[in-house]
Design a protein around this ligand. Structure first.
Ligand code: HEC
Ligand code: HEC
Ligand code: HEC
Length: 433
């Protein structure tokens, strides 16, 4: 008995040691900060555009803080993780990181000192970035002004705070490796796929995650609730009545709004306005080419005429007296801006019958927009929608949502609307950023 037990302990010890041996990553020696003029200005400029497309500044800048100095709080289901300082400050930033150390962090999620990084840093996508782009990003970051900003302490409870355990997460969910082109597709499609899957990590929000916070394999771009917003499906399951064609996707991703869909609010706003903004039109076209293929727009676009006609009919009906008791609410609060009598509706008057928000399984986006409005900077720039948090009760907003859902779509009613409005109101406008 005793011998069996000791044998068993031995096996456990071997597995345990084996895990540590396999999971152990060496530290990469500190390197002196390269002189700014050792990088060509062309490379640095390229890196700036790529850093935009990877939203590095969005996640690495605390509100009111210095750009790229970290300290931005990412609320995860496990606790708050703060981004780190990626300015070239040798003490508190990445000033003593060689390009090899930087490449390893981006491609494999391991910091210079050999410790594992949490996947709140989207290295599961950045692993696909090619070496030339890594070099440009490194050149850009190393020529930023250094900022002394020590890391903030995460609030992850034990055992989630043990970085070593991330090796287990990687074993289960991480597939490292550069983007592999699909030779059956066009060059534009592959360029779009490369940007979407690597740097711009569209799946980071649009793909649902499992209980371990990893994107679900096989459900790419299937739609997900994230950061208090619902990122709609980007596949053929996208419920908008007018399919997202290449042209519509291009206009939306370039300007923040599309006539026959709506506007990029919530967490999609910085994607468009600070993320993709510096990419040339050809790259935005490429992303549009990729997603219009994924969502099968070519075969679905035949129904566009009917969808537009239905929207105009619904818009006209809500104005008729006695049509519906709740129509009154809509007439008073919304119709002055959201009315349409002819196709195509102009983007500055989004037609709600065509807006994805009403067609999603979850009313979160609709409720958030009505409560908090859309600022001049978000959605279409220079255009705003007022918030109704102070002028409408939970009950009124719930009735309005139910009314629009039943008159503008043919879908089942949203359940528990009033409780949902109350919960989103309690989160306040901050949760929508
Ligand atoms: C979705 C938010 C997010 C985005 C976008 C993002 N990062 Fe990060 N990044 C983080 C977080 C959070 C950490 C810290 C992870 C940890 O503590 O393990 C981090 C860590 C890092 C680190 C490791 C720093 C260190 O000291 O260990 C590097 C390097 C880095 N990011 C570079 C980048 C670059 C370059 C980009 C843009 C291409 C980028 N990040 C975009 C959230 C983000
Ligand atoms: C930080 C999270 C986030 C990232 C990253 C992100 N999205 Fe979004 N996206 C959203 C949210 C939230 C919405 C809903 C916005 C709204 O309703 O105003 C959205 C909406 C959209 C829509 C409109 C869908 C519809 O039916 O209304 C498209 C198209 C889109 N995103 C494409 C992309 C592409 C392409 C990328 C990558 C280049 C991307 N998104 C990256 C969060 C994100
Ligand atoms: C003063 C004009 C105005 C009023 C009143 C108004 N809206 Fe809007 N609404 C807009 C504009 C403009 C946009 C697009 C804003 C942008 O892109 O910056 C918009 C956008 C929207 C969107 C689309 C959000 C998205 O992410 O695509 C919804 C949903 C919406 N409004 C619902 C409502 C409802 C419901 C009411 C009534 C309670 C209402 N609006 C009242 C002007 C208005």
């Amino acid at each position: 008995m005793k011998r069996v037990f000791i044998g068993f302990l031995g096996v456990v010890a071997v597995i345990f040691i084996g895990f540590f041996v396999i999971a152990w990553r060496p530290s990469i020696a500190p390197a002196p900060l390269p002189a700014a003029n050792s990088f060509s200005p062309v490379l640095v400029a390229k890196g700036a555009v790529l850093a935009g497309a990877g939203y590095c500044a969005v996640c690495h800048t605390a509100s009111g803080g210095q750009p790229y100095a970290g300290g931005y709080a990412l609320a995860t289901p496990f606790g708050v993780i703060y981004s780190l300082n990626i300015t070239p400050d040798p003490q508190t930033g990445i000033g003593n990181w060689s390009e090899a150390a930087f490449a390893r962090a981006m491609h494999a999620g391991v910091a210079r000192d050999g410790s594992y990084l949490f996947p709140a840093f989207p290295y599961d996508h950045f692993t696909k970035i090619n070496d030339d782009d890594i070099q440009a990003l490194y050149a850009y970051l190393m020529t930023l002004p250094p900022v002394n900003a020590p890391a903030k302490a995460d609030t992850l409870p034990f055992p989630f705070n043990i970085r070593y355990l991330q090796a287990g997460w990687q074993l289960l969910f991480f597939h490292g490796g550069r983007y592999q082109p699909d030779t059956t597709k066009s060059a534009a499609w592959n360029r779009g796929a490369y940007l979407a899957e690597s740097l711009s990590h569209c799946g980071g929000c649009h793909t649902p995650r499992n209980a371990f916070g990893a994107e679900e394999a096989g459900h790419e771009y299937a739609g997900a609730l994230i950061d208090g917003w619902y990122a709609p499906p980007l596949t053929a399951a996208n419920p908008a009545p007018v399919p997202w064609t290449r042209a519509e996707l291009f206009t939306y991703l370039r300007t923040g709004a599309s006539d026959v869909h709506g506007t990029a609010a919530g967490s999609m706003s910085p994607v468009v306005h600070t993320g993709l903004a510096k990419l040339p039109d050809a790259d935005i076209q490429a992303i549009a080419t990729y997603f219009s293929d994924i969502d099968g727009a070519a075969t679905r676009a035949v129904n566009t005429g009917t969808a537009l006609a239905n929207a105009i009919t619904a818009s006209a009906q809500s104005g008729q007296p006695g049509a519906d008791p709740d129509a009154h609410l809509y007439e008073n609060a919304c119709a002055s801006c959201h009315y349409n009598s002819a196709t195509p509706p102009p983007a500055v008057r989004p037609d709600l019958a065509l807006n994805t928000a009403l067609w999603l399984p979850d009313p979160t986006n609709f409720i958030r927009v009505v409560l908090n409005g859309i600022s001049l900077q978000d959605g279409m720039q220079g255009v705003m929608m007022p918030g109704f948090a102070n002028s409408m009760s939970d009950d009124q907003i719930a009735r309005l949502a139910a009314y629009l859902r039943r008159t503008r779509t043919n879908l089942t009613p949203w359940p528990d609307l009033q409780a949902k409005v109350a919960a989103i109101r309690a989160q306040g406008p901050e949760a929508s950023q």
